[in-house]
Design a protein around this ligand. Structure first.
Ligand SMILES: *[C@@H]1O[C@H](CO)[C@@H](O)[C@H](O)[C@H]1NC(C)=O
Ligand SMILES: *[C@@H]1O[C@H](CO)[C@@H](O)[C@H](O)[C@H]1NC(C)=O
Ligand SMILES: *[C@@H]1O[C@H](CO)[C@@H](O)[C@H](O)[C@H]1NC(C)=O
Length: 513
């Protein structure tokens, strides 16, 4: 059995494999991965000159279905939707896409049976990171615990240890984060960019003495807490996983309310003052001046207000690289706040650093196996954010259990991979493929270009286009939220080369040419 699987797996990987669908009664299906079978998309080649490739997923069951056809010299005159690309302007450069190495992600992956030389476990990382999977390259790493942990902790829980002599990574880092980061680095062929995010400082550094509830850090702890960041950066570097970036604090406004999960309140003014007097200089003098420092890490209804005090201050501004955003208020907030922030500070990037669906759903709908609605929510939000200056989009937990946990604060949510420990299998949700339509095809360094969508059927359609300088590939990603199929005509931007094809009802297509 073992020998057979060892032979089988490389063969599966080389060709790209089909989804093994299962209908759990939602509007679409999951793809089931077992110890002997898991769908991988394979390497999808850039089409030769004169050809274009479409890759499509749909509510009705397509998962990365490919077609290669010839470019045509005229548009389809009857097209429901016309998409016109424009190579005259370069917008933002893309950093990438990914998810978060939370404790819960690692706990769930580790709960899979160690059958067949742990291919099942490896398949989670291969699905997310390998060239045969959806090629994540930008991931968030909680600095110590979050609510998606099974206990509350920091890297130094010895009260009053202001010199941090007891600072250490924890069992969670060694068992649930580092092994999967290492495996991801091994299976990926893109560089894995990691950024740390603390949810709370050590409880003893805070006014409340608690990881949760409301309140902020004590002013006399500003210096030890800056050193805590440096020790974190050093510890992960020593483990072979250096940070590309850090956010200063997850949702710094959550600590204004009595929030039931790990948090810490930072006002915009304290953010400015701590960075300019402590964190910025400490990172610089410890040799981490190039680590991208992001502020805000919160929903877009509070920009530009929150970032103005820091970014208008020359000293704070010099240490800060970008604004981090979460999607939770996006249905209520227009993306205009992103344009406004970009226009105020065009030299600072914006990056989506946390999103998940099901967080505000009824308890029995935290996880909906096979939901296309949630895949569409992901795709719509990513498209909207990229069209308003986001340089990437990072999902929250990469793997949760059948109830959307574990979570010590009794919260739960959905995830692109749901692990069914009892059955020894995992499910790739439609959200997995929705994110994959971006992560697999928009390599870091790609540049967004203008695109317009028009035509009688364009009301349900949204698109984004990028070009990738190194490989000279152009990529357009189109979402059809309509209940009927649509004929689409994409003008490559030259006015002489057109891509005419049909998108099914409720579908996402990535076009490569
Ligand atoms: C591929 O192209 C053929 C011919 O135009 C069409 O019938 C089929 O639906 C397409 N499949 C996908 C997945 O786009
Ligand atoms: C940190 O924890 C690891 C794993 O438990 C252990 O090997 C190491 O010695 C600890 N380091 C310190 C400085 O306590
Ligand atoms: C699965 O998640 C739920 C919801 O957070 C949690 O109550 C439960 O303990 C978790 N199960 C395991 C085995 O971790």
């Amino acid at each position: 059995m073992l020998m057979l699987l060892l032979l089988l797996v490389p063969a599966l990987v080389a060709g790209g494999t089909e989804c093994n669908p299962r209908d759990f009664g939602a509007d679409s299906v999951v793809c089931v991965c077992t110890a002997s079978d898991c769908d991988l998309q394979g390497v999808i080649p850039v089409p030769a000159d004169g050809l274009f490739t479409t890759v499509t997923s749909s509510r009705d069951g397509l998962r990365f279905a490919q077609n290669t056809s010839s470019l045509e010299s005229t548009p389809n005159p009857d097209a429901d939707v016309s998409v016109v690309l424009d190579h005259s302007t370069d917008y933002q450069t893309i950093f990438g896409f990914g998810g978060a190495f939370t404790d819960s992600t690692g706990i769930n992956i580790a709960s899979l049976p160690l059958k067949a030389q742990d291919f099942l476990i490896k398949w989670v990382d291969m699905s997310y990171f390998s060239p045969d999977g959806i090629e994540y390259n930008l991931c968030r790493l909680p600095m110590a615990g979050t609510d998606y942990s099974i206990r509350t902790y920091s890297y130094d829980d010895v009260e009053g240890d202001v010199d941090l002599v007891n600072f250490n990574l924890t069992i969670e880092d060694y068992q649930y984060k580092l092994p999967y980061i290492k495996q991801a680095q091994q299976v990926a062929n893109k560089e894995l960019l990691l950024f740390g995010s603390p949810f709370s400082p050590p409880a003893w550094m805070k006014e409340s003495g608690s990881f949760f509830g409301s309140g902020s850090i004590l002013k006399e702890m500003w210096e030890p807490y800056a050193n805590y960041f440096i020790k974190f950066l050093q510890a992960y570097e020593a483990e072979g996983a250096p940070m590309w970036g850090v956010t200063m604090q997850d949702e710094p406004l959550a600590g204004l309310k009595d929030s039931s999960w790990n948090n810490c309140y930072w006002s915009p003014e304290d953010t400015r003052d701590w960075i300019k007097t402590h964190l910025g200089p400490a990172m610089k003098s410890a040799g981490y001046g190039d680590v991208k420092l992001m502020i805000h890490d919160q929903t877009r209804d509070t920009i530009p207000w929150y970032v103005i005090p820091c970014l208008d201050d020359a000293e704070c501004n010099q240490y800060v690289d970008g604004t981090a955003l979460h999607w939770y208020a996006d249905l209520l907030t227009s993306p205009d706040s992103m344009d406004e922030t970009h226009n105020l500070y065009p030299g600072k990037f914006m990056l989506y650093t946390e999103s998940c669906d099901g967080w505000n759903a009824e308890p029995d709908e935290k996880v909906i196996l096979g939901s296309w609605v949630r895949a569409e929510n992901y795709a719509f939000n990513i498209l909207e954010d990229l069209n308003h200056w986001a340089t990437g989009w990072v999902d929250w937990n990469m793997a949760l259990n059948m109830s959307g946990g574990p979570n010590w604060a009794s919260k739960a949510a959905d995830s692109p991979i749901i692990i069914n420990t009892d059955a020894g299998e995992f499910y790739k949700q439609p959200m997995f493929y929705a994110l994959g339509h971006f992560s697999k095809f928009i390599p870091p360094g790609s540049i967004r270009m203008p695109s317009t969508v028009s035509g009688p059927g364009s009301g349900d359609v949204i698109a984004v286009a990028v070009h990738d300088i190194p490989s000279l590939t152009n990529v357009a990603i189109i979402l059809n939220r309509g209940d009927s199929s649509k004929s689409v005509s994409v003008d490559s931007g030259s006015g002489t080369e057109f891509m005419n094809f049909v998108m099914p009802a409720k579908s996402i297509t990535t076009v490569l040419f």
